[in-house]
Write a protein that binds this ligand. Structure first.
Ligand code: ATP
Length: 247
């Protein structure tokens, strides 16, 4: 992308959990309109990176900038208003509330501001995930894992994010449902949504991403276009499995 515009930049990010040094100088960027995959094994620091971006952790060192503004240490609710929304690992939907109310809660900052586009956006989410429309009156907690993932993504989109952070959206889902989630990411990308997605399933993530970063023990060890990473020998050996020869 020659006319790409930087939306998010992390430079030299360091995060500690007590005495544990978890992120050791992480630098990466996301351009407007891109889907970027953050890959790596368990414990590499992917979730911690997302938590730092959305204000749940204060980095010990390094900078995060979003749309030209420094945001390290800014409170999460302010970041949501600025346009960063996360779908956390485990979805965390409101189980006792209806599907419809879960979606409305995603727009709470906009409802307070009497934003008239909320109805339109609800319709957009129901178009994106027709099953949520069918189940709009059901309790969120009664949905299947895949439907809850759709609800969590729909709720996040109701905030009209400029940047959507997805943490392992396919975790624990049956292959067909995971495929559906990945297809939704492609559709969102086509509509211009910028996404940073953490995924253990490197193959699935690289199929929908423009670029990717590979993390190991708190550091970015590889970066490149999705195609480059799919062809990279180390990535194939470590994350794609021996059988992945058909690229
Ligand atoms: P996973 O796929 O397992 O979520 P990850 O790449 O997202 O892996 P993180 O969850 O960011 O990795 O964890 C990075 C390191 O930080 C791991 O060693 C983990 O055990 C540790 N860690 C994560 N959360 C905490 C916490 N709240 N307190 C202490 N250590 C933590």
């Amino acid at each position: 992308m020659s006319d790409s515009k930087l939306l998010l930049t992390l430079s030299g990010l360091n995060v500690h959990y007590g005495r544990l040094h978890v992120l050791k100088g992480v630098s990466l960027h996301v351009n407007e309109g891109e889907v970027v995959a953050l890959l790596g094994a368990n414990g590499a620091g992917k979730t911690t990176t997302l938590r730092a971006i959305c204000g749940l952790l204060r980095p010990a060192a390094g900078a995060i900038s979003f749309a030209g503004q420094k945001i390290a240490g800014v409170a999460t609710d302010k970041l949501v208003r600025m346009g960063i929304t996360q779908v956390p690992e485990g979805r965390q939907i409101f189980g006792p509330l209806s599907v419809h109310d879960n979606l409305l809660l995603g727009a709470y900052t906009r409802l307070r501001a009497r934003d008239r586009g909320v109805e339109e956006d609800l319709q957009r989410i129901y178009d994106l995930f027709p099953i949520l429309n069918d189940f709009r009156a059901r309790r969120g907690g009664s949905l299947s894992g895949g439907q809850q993932q759709m609800l969590a993504m729909g709720r996040a989109l109701m905030a009209r994010p400029r940047l959507l952070l997805l943490d392992e959206p396919c975790l624990g889902l049956a292959p067909l449902v995971a495929k559906q989630i990945m297809e939704t990411i492609t559709r969102l990308r086509e509509e211009g949504t910028t996404i940073l997605v953490v995924e253990q399933n490197a193959r699935a993530a690289l199929k929908v991403a423009d670029r990717g970063y590979v993390m190991e023990t708190g550091k970015v060890v590889l970066e490149g276009s999705a195609d480059e990473l799919l062809r990279n020998r180390d990535v194939r050996r470590a994350y794609l499995g021996k059988d992945y020869e058909e690229v």
